[in-house]
Design a protein around this ligand. Structure first.
Ligand SMILES: Nc1ncnc2c1ncn2[C@@H]1O[C@H](COP(=O)(O)OP(=O)(O)OP(=O)(O)O)[C@@H](O)[C@H]1O
Ligand SMILES: [Mg+2]
Length: 236
């Protein structure tokens, strides 16, 4: 099968502290691939490496067959990778609509921007209702919608999402995960980084488990649900 993104033998560190050791991951197109791991496992660090924000000391990353290791973050984003960072970093003093515009800063055509905006509003009618509200005054769940919507504004081939369920009620997690699934069904590959094991495996096709910087288990999401290594990675 064609691969959207492959991570080959990536190791990375902050100064002398090793955080990722020989990580190998394949993200197939048109599916949700998840990365599960407890606090401090190295999940966000791997995302930094994928986006070119942290240089790995070994290993390579290929996106749609091309080696993107060592490219600048804006070049990587320009190739069609979008990331919704941890903690939903929205622009609180801008309106919902202005936040969405910020996601399309690389798109020169106003017509395309309007088209994307309509798509986002179709996925999230709540955002359309509140388009003129300052994003910082939206509820936590609504802010999560703003950040997902912003990530979709530049029509990425691959959307990386770092812990979208953090701090949300179970009902809102379900809503947002349903939307992530629809995004994938509409043709965007998704790399979903999470700690919420049960709900994440329920919407993913394939999963990896990261523990102390190493992949300790991987497989079809259905099989991972019963995997001992998954439980150990969380409960020691
Ligand atoms: N800029 C940094 N400088 C030094 N150490 C860092 C830095 N960022 C992260 N770390 C360390 O690297 C390790 C992995 O952190 P990372 O943020 O990748 O974990 P995570 O799996 O995303 O955790 P969480 O689920 O809590 O977000 C942690 O021990 C963290 O303290
Ligand atoms: Mg993190």
């Amino acid at each position: 099968m064609r691969q959207a993104l492959t991570v080959n033998h990536i190791s990375a560190a902050y100064g002398k502290a090793d955080v990722l050791s020989d990580v190998n991951i394949t993200i197939e197109p048109g599916r949700i691939t998840c990365l599960l791991g407890a606090n401090g496992a190295g999940k966000s660090t791997l995302i930094k490496v994928l986006l070119g924000l942290l240089k790995p000391h070994t290993g390579e990353i290929f996106f749609e067959g091309e080696n993107i290791t060592g490219l600048q973050p804006h070049e990587i984003i320009g190739r069609g990778i979008a990331c919704i960072p941890e903690g939903r970093r929205i622009f609180p003093k801008m309106t919902v609509e202005e936040n969405l515009y910020m996601g399309a800063y690389q798109e020169p055509s106003n017509e395309k921007i309007r088209e994307k905006m309509l798509e986002v509003y179709t996925l999230f009618p709540r955002l359309q209702e509140r388009r003129a509200q300052l994003a910082g005054t939206m509820s936590g769940g609504e802010q999560a919608m703003v950040s997902i919507g912003r990530g979709l504004m530049h029509s990425p081939q691959l959307l990386i999402i770092d812990e979208p369920s953090l701090g949300l009620s179970p009902a809102l997690v379900s809503d947002n995960f349903r939307i992530i699934r629809r995004i994938c069904e509409a043709g965007t590959s998704v790399f979903l980084v999470e700690q919420n094991v049960r709900q994440t495996l329920a919407i993913s096709s394939y999963g990896y488990v990261l523990s102390q910087g190493r992949i300790v288990a991987h497989g079809e999401a259905r099989a991972l649900r019963d995997d001992v290594a998954v439980k150990e990675a969380y409960f020691g």
